[in-house]
Design a protein around this ligand. Structure first.
Ligand SMILES: Cc1cc2nc3c(=O)[nH]c(=O)nc-3n(C[C@H](O)[C@H](O)[C@H](O)COP(=O)(O)O)c2cc1C
Length: 275
């Protein structure tokens, strides 16, 4: 939580924009989300990180961050500052245009540069919203993949907002309907995201989160003792027998059992494939 000089609570939101155009459709949608959230609470501050202008070089695939630790990344750029920024705020909006049914290359590079966080998550308790804009199609997949990726970093994704921004002219009636629907969706998504930011309860883990924890716990228990993953998980206490999740929270019993079964089956299949 952050406070202003008079002690009032300030909610900070970082928006990370993966459009190669910078201030294009995706930026404009976030601006509308900002307007709606400010209507709900004047003490919310937005910061814009436009990735194309942010001095984040492309991943070289050396694997140092995954195997030895992120401090061994040979690239010297703003990577560390960006991670610090994500830690300092209350919520993050990850936004990308749809590029050939996927996230833009800039957003993909951003995800790759922080790949080690999906092994060594550190954003539990932080809330996120994912936004995608498109000319016509691809929203569902892109929102799912982006939500999944940042979910593995520990973010709880409370809202997925997809907006169609058709190129050229479309029939007037259809255009009017689209504008109305878009506006409604933006208002609804902004409200849900804002409410998640003022919710002090630790987020309840979903099935994917539980499976992710159980799978990695299994995998990293067997990892080399000097590997970055083993050390990180051990220091967090996540490898201990009684540890059921990244943080202390009530877990749905059905999901708990289901996750264990999925992980068992997955490991049996893996063992069969390797031997
Ligand atoms: C290289 C490229 C690929 C695109 N691929 C798709 C696509 O697969 N489906 C689609 O409906 N729109 C596609 N679009 C349109 C963009 O998703 C759309 O214009 C988006 O709102 C652009 O956001 P921006 O202005 O923030 O960059 C593509 C645009 C570009 C430049």
């Amino acid at each position: 939580m952050n406070y202003d000089t008079r002690g009032a609570l300030i909610i900070k939101i970082l928006t990370i924009i993966g459009s190669p155009r910078g201030k294009g459709n995706t930026y404009n949608v976030i601006k509308k989300v900002e307007e709606e959230i400010i209507k709900l609470d004047k003490n919310v501050e937005f910061e814009y990180l436009i990735l194309k202008d942010s001095n984040l070089e492309t991943c070289r695939g050396c694997l140092q961050c995954l195997e030895k630790g992120e401090q061994y990344c040979p690239i010297k750029d703003n990577h560390e500052q960006i991670e610090t920024k994500m830690k300092e705020v209350d919520g993050v909006i990850f936004a990308t245009p749809v590029y050939v049914y996927n996230v833009s290359w800039i957003m993909k590079n951003f995800i790759d540069r922080f790949a080690y966080i999906s092994h060594r998550p550190r954003f539990h308790g932080k809330r996120a919203m994912v936004i995608a804009t498109t000319g016509a199609v691809g929203l569902k997949f892109v929102l799912s993949i982006l939500a999944f990726e940042v979910g593995t970093w520990g973010f709880t994704v409370d809202q997925r907002l997809g907006v169609i921004c058709p190129p050229g002219k479309i029939l007037d009636d259809a255009k009017q309907k689209l504008i109305e629907n878009t506006q409604k969706n933006i208002i609804k998504a902004s409200k849900v995201f804002y409410n998640s930011l003022i919710d002090n309860e630790p987020p309840k883990p979903g099935l994917i989160g539980l499976i992710s924890f159980d799978l990695q716990k299994h995998a990293f228990s067997d990892a080399e003792k000097d590997s970055a993953d083993y050390q990180y998980w051990k220091n967090k206490g996540w490898l201990e027998k009684g540890t059921e999740y990244y943080y202390s929270v009530k877990i749905n019993a059905f999901k708990r059992v289901f996750s264990k079964i999925i992980v068992k089956i997955w490991y049996l299949k893996m063992t069969k494939a390797v031997n």
